[in-house]
Design a binder for this molecule. Structure first.
Ligand code: SF4
Length: 222
């Protein structure tokens, strides 16, 4: 059984609630979403595939307790459940995180070690917000949280509208991640977005909110 693979590497979790966690990364090699400012275009259509069992061996060789499966879009890989199942069986591996934009809903992702980071793309990325599929993920998986890239006020309004409409489904903190674009220096975007969110007292009082930049980019890591 194989999956499309872009690359594997060791780094730190640069985003979201587990930022700073050393991890072994598996970057799958396929994505059909087509976001305007995608920073991993090289993982849209990889020609490389790998045996799931070989990837598990590599993860074990890294001797790290955390495995992060990212993309591309991992949920476009048919054999993803098998990969998660085999990784979960390994004593050494304590946590497995899937990063997905959430445009395809799947209810076949197994295991107690699994956490799902739902990272739907904002209007600035030029794609449709996957509202229905996100709701299904939040209803189906206990350990799932939303991480949302924000560049513009419109992006912020999109996640706010979703959160207020579906507040009963949101049990974990909402991560607002300043979005890197070609229009502005990233540090400036981080400052501006932080201000935008903090000033919205209705939002920050209604939800547990974390504003977290992409730390790996700030320190020049993958
Ligand atoms: S979903 Fe992720 S990998 Fe796919 S195009 Fe958008 S940013 Fe790129």
């Amino acid at each position: 059984m194989r999956i499309t693979l872009s690359e594997t590497f060791v780094s730190i979790q640069g985003e979201g609630l587990d930022v700073g966690q050393p991890a072994f990364f598996i970057r799958t090699g396929r994505c059909s979403v087509g976001c305007k400012f995608c920073d991993t275009r090289y993982a849209w259509n990889s020609k490389k595939t790998a045996q799931v069992t070989e990837i598990v061996k590599e993860a074990l060789k890294s001797k790290l307790p955390e495995v992060i499966i990212t993309g591309g879009e991992p949920l476009e890989e048919e054999n993803l459940p098998l990969l998660i199942r085999l990784l979960s069986k390994e004593e050494r591996i304590k946590r497995i995180t899937i990063e997905t934009c959430g445009h395809i809903f799947r209810d076949d992702l197994p295991g107690e070690k699994l956490k799902i980071v739902l990272s739907p793309k904002p209007p600035t990325m030029g794609v449709t917000f996957p509202e229905e599929s996100l709701k299904k993920f939040l209803k189906t998986y206990e350990r799932a949280y939303i991480k949302f890239g924000v560049f513009s006020q419109k992006d912020f309004e999109t996640i706010k509208t979703f959160a207020f409409k579906n507040s009963e489904l949101i049990k974990e903190p909402i991560v607002i991640q300043p979005l890197e674009t070609p229009f502005e220096d990233y540090i400036e975007t981080c400052r501006r977005v932080t201000h935008m969110v903090v000033e919205d007292r209705e939002f920050v009082n209604a939800f547990s909110v974390r504003i977290i930049p992409q730390v790996h980019k700030l320190i020049g890591l993958k």
